[in-house]
Design a binder for this molecule. Sequence first.
Ligand code: PBG
Length: 325
Amino acid sequence: MKITKRPRRLRANKAIRDLIRETKITPDDLVYPIFVVEGKNRKEEISTLKGNYHLSVDMLYEEVKEIRDCGIKSLLIFGIPDNKDCLGTESYSDNGIVQRAVREIKKNYKDMYIITDICMCQYTDHGHCGILTEEGIIDNDETLDYLGKIAVSHAKAGADMVAPSDMMDARIGYIRKQLDKEGYSNIPIMAYSAKYASSFYGPFRAAAHSAPSFGDRKTYQMDPANGDEALREVQLDIEEGADIVMVKPALPYLDIIRRIKDNHNIPIAAYNVSGEYSMLRTAVDTGLLSEDAIIEALTSIKRAGADIIITYFAKEICKQLRIDS
Ligand code: PBG
């Protein structure tokens, strides 16, 4: 029998597989999220995010050194303040937790690329991502003012890029305007454009103490059942000035990543969120899955079309890649 097409020929040995491999994860693709807390000398493992820590500002020197040594060049910073109030005042204070963390990292590591999370849920006493009306409903337009102030204060502290995760309408345009007005027109915005109202954020909310004290986030985050809507959200954010758009979570939304890739010409970030991390972490740690499942999962995110992957696996994957290469 003569078989003319033999795709397996190109899988027959490692060298040829390496030559034709379409998608490779490298440390250049990864952003590592870190959680900064108040106090001194604190490095406490986050029980819901094994291998990740709550760090006080004074501990960042050592931690960021380790992160850099792994080959990671970008960080996404989340702050967890002690003081919360209904206006999330700490979020835009020049002496807030994120602002201090950014200054500390930039003082020691100028080349570390720092992205800051712009949101209010860690800072409001009710845990919602914006300002509430007296009736307890999020006031979208009132919230924009605060988001603008947060972004400017982060830029002032030395952040390289801001990433609004709040999901208020029109915030990208508003933040862009405020940054430009204050002289930060060179600071890019990574928009959480397609952020779903997902159950996969559970471990993060425990880690960031940001679960809403009542209700849920369905009035501002997207319905997991919708795909076309994600394209509309992305379109609006691009029109408002987003430099990078994000899909979040990543693994249950690979189709969304691919559709954005096919429909828009803009860099895409995907957030491999806390629930995705915890599921895989548990499966690998209990021996149900081999460690290779991690790189397989991350590769699928890149193959779907993501340029940037934000992941709690960043450190260990970079160590792994170093051993393999
Ligand atoms: C805050 C925010 C959340 C995450 C990132 N920024 C939680 C939420 O929207 O409730 C989740 C990240 C993760 O699960 O790893 N708006």
